[in-house]
Design a protein around this ligand. Structure first.
Ligand code: 5AD
Ligand code: SF4
Length: 440
């Protein structure tokens, strides 16, 4: 028997990349690779990349630069680039960094074993197709390795919305939903391996429209109700949603499905109707606020989370104020905010940009407001009893950390706790990034 080769995967960007990296590691497991935590002892390095903002893409090239020395010391080392930078740049990556052996786009991961075989013969391999075959079927995991208590599960991929700033429709392609039966099989398999919480993933997850087990058209809500029946699965989450796809049955499920957690990530991007229109978002600030009102009527304690872009082309101070007003009205538990970054090939990239210093200033003001809201909500948890799914030991002796139903990080010091356990916890203190509690 030959010793296993070592695979180092570095993952950038969204949760779907985390999921994809797991699938790629499994696919390469069949080629005799096992994962290692350091690039230095790897036989293959795979960067699973993100192209959403310019900074994210540039990180990849600087990381590749760091591997030059490694490759000089170990000529057999193979270097691959996967993910959305691979899809967007393709051949260009090998031109800029000739030491790269393999470039694979997100829709071609199931072809990795065959690409690896070519690369190990000394050839280069590039695949950025959008093939017809079902990638997920071909990426089925083989060994039933034990897992931690939480897992991601991709149910839908790609996007047909074409927001004017966004590369996703180009890098991940058109919206595709996996059949519900396959998702349910995968969920049962995860539960057998120790998973208690599943986060359903999709770039437009609430646009899910896969075939149901009986062949009927499924919505995300129907899929959630089927998952609700999986014994041993205790918590269901999903991300990321688009306001226009919040269907009535999904809103209702937030009020009636006990396993569906009271947390919703619902990006709005801006609070200015003029900018929303220029972003091609096809909702208004008012329709978004009305939607949140309906969601909160179904589940009053739901914690809202969002994404914001500041400094989108043509954004004025008044537009920005409208965004702050919207944030004030919603009260977010979490929010992710970004300075606009022009992405080649998107419609907004052609437009005049907002002054960089002005955009920086707006970003700071927006983040200050969000941080205040976040802290207020965390503070309001003190004295309340919440359920926590414990995931792993904390930094201190006897401490365990986990997530509340609202996705707050919670730590508890109690020797009786173990990973995978769900227990009611009384929150006693709110820190900057986590809550402290005692078993209730
Ligand atoms: N510039 C800045 N932020 C962007 N996002 C997407 N594209 C861009 C861009 N070109 C943000 C959006 C999206 C999140 C994942 O990233 O807020 O919801
Ligand atoms: Fe990008 Fe989301 Fe808009 Fe789709 S809906 S184009 S993924 S920002």
């Amino acid at each position: 028997m030959t010793a296993p080769k070592k695979l180092f995967i570095k993952t950038y960007g969204c949760q779907m990349n985390v999921y994809d990296s797991e699938r790629m590691a499994e696919a390469l497991g069949g080629q005799g690779y096992e994962q290692t935590a350091t690039a230095e002892d790897a036989d293959m390095i795979l960067l699973n990349t993100c192209h959403i903002r310019e900074k994210a893409a540039e990180k990849v090239y600087s990381e590749l630069g760091r591997y030059k020395g490694l490759k000089a010391d170990k000529p057999d080392l193979k270097i691959g680039v996967a993910g959305c930078v691979a899809q967007a740049e393709g051949q260009e990556i090998m031109r800029r960094q000739p030491m790269v052996d393999l470039v694979v786009g997100p829709q071609s991961y199931h072809r990795l074993p065959e690409m690896e075989a070519r690369v190990s013969q000394g050839d280069k391999a590039l695949d950025t197709d959008f093939p017809e075959e079902d990638k997920f079927e071909r990426l089925k995991s083989r060994p039933k390795a034990a897992r931690g208590p939480t897992a991601f599960l991709t149910v839908q991929e790609g996007c047909d919305k074409f927001c004017a700033f966004c590369v996703v429709p180009y890098t991940r392609g058109a919206e595709v939903s996996r059949p519900a039966a396959r998702i349910l099989d995968e969920a049962r398999d995860l539960v057998e391996r120790g998973v208690r919480e599943i986060t359903l993933l999709g770039q437009n997850v609430n646009a899910y429209h896969g075939a149901g087990p009986d062949g009927s058209d499924y919505t995300l809500a129907r899929l959630i109700w089927d998952l609700d029946k999986v014994d041993g699965l205790e918590r269901i989450r999903f991300t990321t949603s688009h306001p226009n796809d919040m269907t009535d049955d999904l809103i209702e499920a937030h009020g009636t499905c006990a396993k569906l957690m009271p947390y919703l990530h619902l990006p709005v991007q801006s609070g200015s109707d003029r900018i929303l229109k220029r972003m091609n978002r096809s909702h208004t600030a008012e329709s978004y606020l009305a939607l949140i009102e309906r969601i909160r009527a179904a589940r009053p304690d739901i914690l809202m989370s969002g994404d914001f872009i500041v400094g989108f082309p043509e954004e004025t101070e008044a537009d920005f104020q409208a965004t702050l007003d919207l944030i004030e009205a919603v009260e977010y538990g979490y929010a992710y905010s970004f300075k606009y970054s022009a992405r080649p090939g998107t419609p907004a990239a052609e437009r005049a940009e907002v002054d960089a210093a002005e955009a920086d200033d707006r970003l700071q003001r927006l983040q200050a407001l969000i941080t205040r809201q976040q802290r207020d909500i965390q503070q309001s948890m003190v004295g309340r009893t919440v359920n926590v799914l414990f995931e792993k030991p904390g930094r201190f002796e006897g401490q365990m950390v986990g997530k509340s139903d609202y996705l707050h990080a919670v730590h508890v010091t109690d020797a009786t706790l173990s990973a995978g356990q769900i227990a009611p916890v009384r929150i006693v203190e709110a820190g900057a990034n986590s809550l402290a509690g005692v078993l209730a």
